[in-house]
Design a protein around this ligand. Structure first.
Ligand SMILES: *Cc1c(COP(=O)(O)O)cnc(C)c1O
Length: 376
């Protein structure tokens, strides 16, 4: 066998090597430097916003974004239940409480009518809503056309968790530009990587300045170390920013490759009854992960069974995020749920989607799926 096929492995090569070596040889090895400055400008430009600050992870970016908006104790933040734990954890770090809202079954993204209902109910109970966090799930943007006016009318700022969505668009507007403030992740398995890192972006230059200050131990701009508030050590290093710049150069090509894989999955599963691709209609998705949703009654098999079969031939898949309201750690959190996220968790499967996947590897995945279907 030709080795393990991963869900979303890093896609790096000679360009990354030359950027990283260039940064190393420039002497800018210490935390900040010219590659970091340039990387911040380039990501801000890509997201179509005025300013950005590079940080050590997407989780740190979310934490800072919430802090910069003044979110804290005594407040709640609305968070989609179908997300990675980091979205909700960042809320808890600030002292605020997450309130979980369910998703639209077709897209997996926040159920906007349910969100509006939730905001009404929280208001009626006198809860102070510090922010609505949106998550652009698996690289597909939330329906911001419906969501943004509603949040504006309610006077609640939007924090966009675009950790999975760099390069995605919604009606030709870039992911990361929809929230008052947004967070990207450059973790190892994301659409592009700095091996670990993140960025806070916003059109509000002052807000980004505030994040930069908090991320740099909240050190006051005087010669000695002066601190008037608690800060964090959250900055991204110049070396990793250099890696990020190389990746950003290749972002469009990497998205195109992931889209090509999604199209192959779409063709493969189109004739199979009871199987659909999650959020297939979204043409602006960056196609970070392709997900199938299986109705076991109609298909005669389950997502779990296919996942197990693929694992047996060394092909990695992953269940859709387990909803936050079902996580033991959030057992006591408030929730407004319809069952849609739980359904996607039960019946969904993330398939190998990385841009480094070769045609031969994709042939192997397809062949394994075909053999699975023949054995049913
Ligand atoms: C990956 C991810 C994060 C966290 O990013 P890290 O860089 O791993 O800290 C946050 N939210 C979502 C939705 C993610 O997928």
């Amino acid at each position: 066998m030709a080795g393990r096929i991963f869900l979303s492995a890093p896609d790096v090569g000679s360009l990354e090597e030359s950027y990283l070596l260039g940064a190393l040889r420039s002497g800018w090895v210490a935390p900040v430097g010219p590659d970091l400055d340039a990387f911040e400008r380039e990501v801000a430009a890509r997201a179509g916003v005025a300013a950005a600050v590079g940080v050590s992870s997407g989780t740190a970016a979310l934490h800072l974004a919430l802090l910069a908006l003044g979110v804290g104790r005594g407040q709640v933040v609305v968070v989609p239940t179908l997300t990675f734990a980091a979205s909700a954890n960042a809320v808890v770090y600030t002292g605020a409480e997450p309130v979980f809202v369910d998703c639209d079954p077709q897209t997996g993204n926040l159920d906007v009518p349910l969100l509006l209902d939730t905001l009404d109910r929280l208001g009626a109970h006198g809860r102070r809503v510090g922010a609505v966090m949106t998550v652009d799930l698996f690289g597909g943007c939330v329906d911001y056309t419906a969501l943004l006016p509603a949040c504006a009318a309610a006077g609640v700022p939007v924090v966009e968790d675009a950790a999975e969505a760099l390069g995605a668009t919604h009606h030709d507007r870039a992911a990361g530009s929809f929230g008052r403030v947004a967070a990207f992740s450059f973790n190892g398995n994301k659409i592009m990587t700095t091996s670990g890192g993140g960025m806070v972006v916003s059109d509000d230059v002052g807000l980004i300045g505030r994040c930069r200050h908090l991320a740099t131990q909240a050190r006051e701009p005087v010669p000695h170390y002066e601190h008037v508030e608690i800060g964090y050590n959250y900055r991204l290093s110049n070396l990793l920013a250099a890696l990020g710049r190389a990746q950003l150069h290749r972002l469009d090509a990497m998205i195109a490759r992931r889209r090509h894989l999604r199209e192959r999955y779409a063709k493969l599963f189109a004739p199979i009854p009871g199987v659909r691709l999650l959020n297939e209609a979204d043409t602006g998705s960056n196609c970070w992960l392709t997900t199938i949703v299986v109705d076991p009654e109609r298909a005669g098999w389950s997502a779990t069974e296919l996942g197990r079969w693929l694992a047996s031939v060394d092909i990695e898949t992953r269940p859709v995020w387990k909803p936050m309201h079902l996580q033991p750690v959030f057992a006591r959190a408030a929730r407004f749920v319809t069952g849609a996220a739980e359904d996607l968790f039960t019946h969904g499967l993330n398939l190998p989607s990385g841009s480094a996947l070769t045609d031969a590897e994709m042939d192997r995945v397809e062949g394994a799926v075909v053999r699975f279907l023949e054995h049913r």
